[in-house]
Design a protein around this ligand. Structure first.
Ligand code: HGY
Ligand code: MN
Ligand code: MN
Ligand code: MN
Length: 407
């Protein structure tokens, strides 16, 4: 079986671990779909002779020890959770590519100086517990034990309770020494149209957009839909709708590629004949420049606060704040050199999506590759990438890993 056929087979096998068969990939963190995927990846890691472990958050590691004792690892991987009804490639493509690099090290019986470590990260999307980038933030120590234990899903189940449901012993190591990492490499689907339009199979990621996620709560007063006159209502949903409809204008006004999205909204008590007394919704704000992102955040907060004195209680909790990141220039240059040596066309590209790579770039040298997304589609069942492009990523990361681990 060729490398791209192996990759395609594994993507298809993993895509079966979904809560919404036939309607894309829904794999929430610590769900039974997580557990099926977890076991699949741990089996692969064992098959390639890696030492397997899970950390206190449930991130999965497969390590090939190096000759230098206690040396920092060259870490390669991505996340394995998904958005609701998402695609089969967002995250798992990067984990499978990393596993195939380990498979090549095993096949060629390579003994590195520095350890090669494969990682499958949890809760990058934040689909279950909000915010996101949870696995990587837990590893680098920017997610405290209290913050982690305080997180609940929409049914009020805590992270630790959810972990216990799939047999993971939920804890964050008390004494947190962020793991020593020599470098972190992530391959990801582009999730946009650029590489396909340029007909270039590899994008070397130079920068990642800044992103902030707010959770807004509007509280008004419940009431009877039939007997409450229009001039005596404190309707939380009408107010939320007024605020949400003003957000795109703030992004357009800011310019510089700033984008704002409300993707999640819960109405309480959610009865057709009840005036809603509470609405909770997400606001996802992104920009290539931190000052633009911060300026929009303050405008959004001003807008929300302006409803305080109209009888509403309003709050906007910041679930995630990540400034834009520039990735390591040496690693980017190395990836370009290797692509050229392998005869694989490449271009530089920036990421409008957030990635675990941006979290690791605070603690180590990070390199990121993109492969084309068909029609630029992602976060939907139609998401698709060509396994031959993923195989390119394996080849480039294999050559790069040999240099970085000093085989
Ligand atoms: O939202 C993002 O950019 C990523 O898919 N988590
Ligand atoms: Mn992703
Ligand atoms: Mn995603
Ligand atoms: Mn990611």
């Amino acid at each position: 079986m060729s490398l791209d056929e192996r990759i395609e087979k594994q993507i298809n096998e993993l895509s079966k671990f979904t809560a919404t068969p036939g309607k894309g990939t829904t794999r929430l963190t610590y769900s039974k779909e997580d557990l099926l995927t977890r076991n699949y990846m741990k089996d692969k890691m064992q098959e390639y002779g890696l030492t397997v472990r899970e950390d206190g958050l449930g991130n999965i590691f497969g390590k090939l020890e190096g000759t230098v004792k206690d040396a920092p690892s060259v870490l390669i991987g991505s996340h394995f959770d998904s958005v609701p009804n998402g695609g089969a490639y967002d995250g798992p493509a990067g984990v499978i590519v990393a596993l195939e690099v380990a498979a090549l090290f095993a096949k060629n019986q390579l003994i590195p100086k520095y350890p090669l470590e494969i990682v499958a990260l949890i809760e990058e999307e934040g689909s279950r517990f909000g915010g996101g980038l949870m696995g990587s933030r837990g590893m680098v120590g920017s997610l405290s034990e209290d913050d982690f234990k305080r997180l609940k899903d929409k049914d009020g189940i805590t992270t630790v309770e959810a972990m216990a449901e799939i047999g993971l012993d939920g804890f964050l190591p008390k004494k947190r020494e962020p793991m020593t990492i020599k470098s972190f490499l992530e391959l990801h689907i582009e999730q946009g149209p650029i590489l396909e339009e340029k007909d270039i199979p590899i994008g070397v990621v130079e920068a990642i957009v800044g992103l902030t996620q707010l959770e807004v709560t509007i509280e008004g007063k419940a009431g009877h839909a039939g007997t409450t006159p229009m001039d005596r209502r404190t309707d939380a949903l009408v107010t939320a709708a007024q605020i949400i409809s003003r957000l795109p204008g703030l992004a357009i006004e800011e310019g510089e590629g700033t984008v704002i999205t409300t993707g999640r909204l819960h109405v309480f008590p959610n009865g057709a004949n009840v005036i809603p007394d509470k609405v909770v919704f997400s606001v996802d704000i992104r920009s290539g420049k931190e000052e633009n992102m911060n300026h929009v955040i303050s405008k959004v907060r001003e807008l929300i606060d302006s409803y305080q004195n109209q009888g509403f209680q309003t709050t906007a909790e910041q679930l995630l704040y990540m400034p834009p990141k520039i990735l390591n220039e040496e690693i980017s240059a190395l990836m370009k050199e290797i692509s050229a040596d392998l005869g694989i066309p490449y271009c530089s590209i920036n990421s409008g999506a957030g990635h675990d790579a941006m979290v690791f770039s605070d603690v180590t040298d990070v390199g990121m590759l993109f492969v084309p997304s068909k029609a630029g589609l992602s976060h939907c069942p139609e998401e698709w990438s060509d396994a031959r492009h993923l195989a390119n990523g394996v080849q480039i990361f294999y050559e790069l890993a040999k240099r970085l681990t000093e085989v």
